[in-house]
Design a protein around this ligand. Structure first.
Ligand code: FAD
Length: 459
């Protein structure tokens, strides 16, 4: 599921058809392992339907929710007035024009909810879905991020009409038409730096590509600590090096992708939707988070937070259900995969069985009998594909100490090296990529603004 990227695609000259979610936006199953009771919540999107539905679900909290929505929408609108690298004058303007963002910049989302007197745990659970999309619990995440994700998706939540891969494929085609080149299976081993800044990259096969500018979208710690080198960084800017050291990465995940023989098994239980969650309460994410931080794999049938994705069956020839457990650390998954593949295989089958059992117990009885394909990704899989040693799926954790004015800037201390890696998801990745281009082109694309706007880009 992605928010509105049409503006950016129009700017690139890429045409992709999207299907928009409406009443099939988000489903949350709150289960009670002691009684096996399940309560399902449905969230809607597209404008005011989002607010109306939440008020309908929680009528006793209507007044508090209305205040929350009015304030949050106004704060979200202020985001368009933010600059990604503000100078002194921009800061003064932001103080005047973005008062809500400024006021709440250091708050977690739990602290933000308290401003409106919202303490109903079930409402907290609904909002946790949006915090979870950035890999953090409500009591850790920067409030602005949860509100930003929520209101971006409220504006528009969609998926490409065809297969999802069409989006990157069409972008690749356009990029090549414009003269761009792409190299696959070409791992960068070193970013070459001299006293004047970056000079290029050295690939694993020993070849060198020279350049005055490099944009890295891989794990930021990996880019700076391994590819550049901490010694170089410390010499250039000890403050930045210390800040980098304090940055914590987000969660990895354990995923089971299931091919299903009969779409009605999924539709009968109303599973197809933008994004779904099965969990045992408002605080499961919060409870699992300390074990994630201690690198312990503590997923159990007594405490779990499963996201699921189930595209409408009409989208594909064969129905698919993906289950994703979070927050999950890398733990010893990579070590097992490399050193003890037999045990790795057993452990991953065991954990996948647990996810399927949870789904079968609470949502789709008889699920197991309809599985024709079962594909499992452990945190080791994410380490392999992304290169991130922590298998992090959302890069840096956007906690208040590392967000807004406290985040690592896109412009690194190494002249010519940009690291636009502080937003999550497809929208965030594209928007921060454009910020990097804006920096290289002296503001010709975004005019220094945080969020891309097509009208501004064209002017
Ligand atoms: C299971 C899963 C589900 C998701 N679902 C959604 C969703 O529904 N909606 C949404 O908006 N977002 C979703 N996301 C998040 C989204 O995929 C990411 O935010 C986005 O892909 C980030 O893009 P990026 O270009 O910044 O980084 P990446 O996509 O991580 O690209 C970085 C690339 O760099 C490569 N690389 C790493 N090291 C090196 C090296 N040394 N040399 C050369 N190349 C290297 C990696 O192989 C990778 O291809 C999901 C993520 C996961 C893992």
């Amino acid at each position: 599921m992605i928010s509105n990227i049409s503006d950016m695609l129009d700017y690139f000259g890429v045409a992709v058809d999207f299907d928009e979610f409406t009443h099939d936006f988000i489903r949350v199953y709150k289960v009670d392992p002691a009684t096996d009771k399940v309560r399902a919540f449905e969230l809607y999107t597209q404008g005011e339907a989002f607010e109306e539905q939440l008020i309908k679900l929680f009528p006793a909290d209507a007044a508090k929710l209305r205040r929350f929505f009015d304030y949050s929408q106004a704060m979200f609108d202020e985001i368009y007035g933010l600059k990604y690298a503000p100078g002194a004058r921009d800061i003064l303007e932001m103080l005047l024009n973005c008062p809500k963002v400024v006021r709440n910049r250091n708050k977690t989302f739990s602290e933000y909810m308290k401003m409106f007197g919202i303490n109903n745990p079930d409402i907290g659970l609904m909002f946790q879905v949006f915090s979870g999309m950035c890999g953090l619990p409500n009591d850790r995440i920067a409030a602005l991020l949860t509100v930003g994700v929520m209101y971006s998706l409220r504006e528009k939540a969609c998926r490409p009409r065809g297969r999802f891969i069409e989006l990157p494929q069409k972008m690749e085609k356009r990029y090549r038409e414009l003269g761009g080149q792409m190299l696959f299976r070409s791992e960068v081993e070193k970013i070459i730096v001299d006293e004047n800044g970056v000079r290029g990259v050295r690939l694993k096969d020993g070849s060198i590509i020279r350049s005055w500018n490099i944009i890295s979208t891989i794990d930021v710690k990996l880019t700076m600590e391994n590819l550049v080198g901490l010694e170089i960084l410390r010499a250039l800017n000890p403050g930045y090096a210390a800040k980098l050291d304090s940055v914590r990465m987000t969660t990895s995940t354990f995923t089971v992708n299931l091919g299903i023989d009969d779409a009605s098994i999924l539709t009968d239980h109303a599973l197809p939707c933008g994004y779904g969650v099965v969990t045992m309460g408002d605080d499961a994410y919060q409870k699992l988070f300390p074990s994630f931080e201690n690198n312990e794999f503590k997923l159990s049938t007594g405490c779990f937070y499963l996201g699921y994705s189930c595209p409408p069956p009409s989208d594909r020839e064969k129905p698919v259900l993906s289950l994703q457990a979070v927050p999950v650390p890398v733990n010893n998954w990579s070590r097992l995969r490399n050193a003890e593949p037999g045990i790795y295989q057993q452990e991953k089958e065991k954990a996948a069985d647990m996810l399927i059992n949870i789904m079968e117990t609470y949502v789709v009885p008889d699920l197991r009998n309809h599985i024709t394909v079962r594909d499992i990704s452990t945190p080791a899989t994410y380490v392999r594909y992304s290169g991130s040693p922590t298998g992090s799926i959302y890069d840096m954790a956007s906690v208040p100490e590392n967000f807004g004015p406290h985040r690592l800037p896109v412009v690194t201390p190494v002249k010519g090296l940009l690291a636009p890696k502080f937003a999550h998801g497809v929208f965030g990745a594209m928007n921060s990529g454009l910020q990097a281009v804006d920096i290289l082109l002296d503001g010709k694309v975004m005019h220094g603004n945080s969020r891309f706007k097509l009208t501004a880009a064209k002017s």
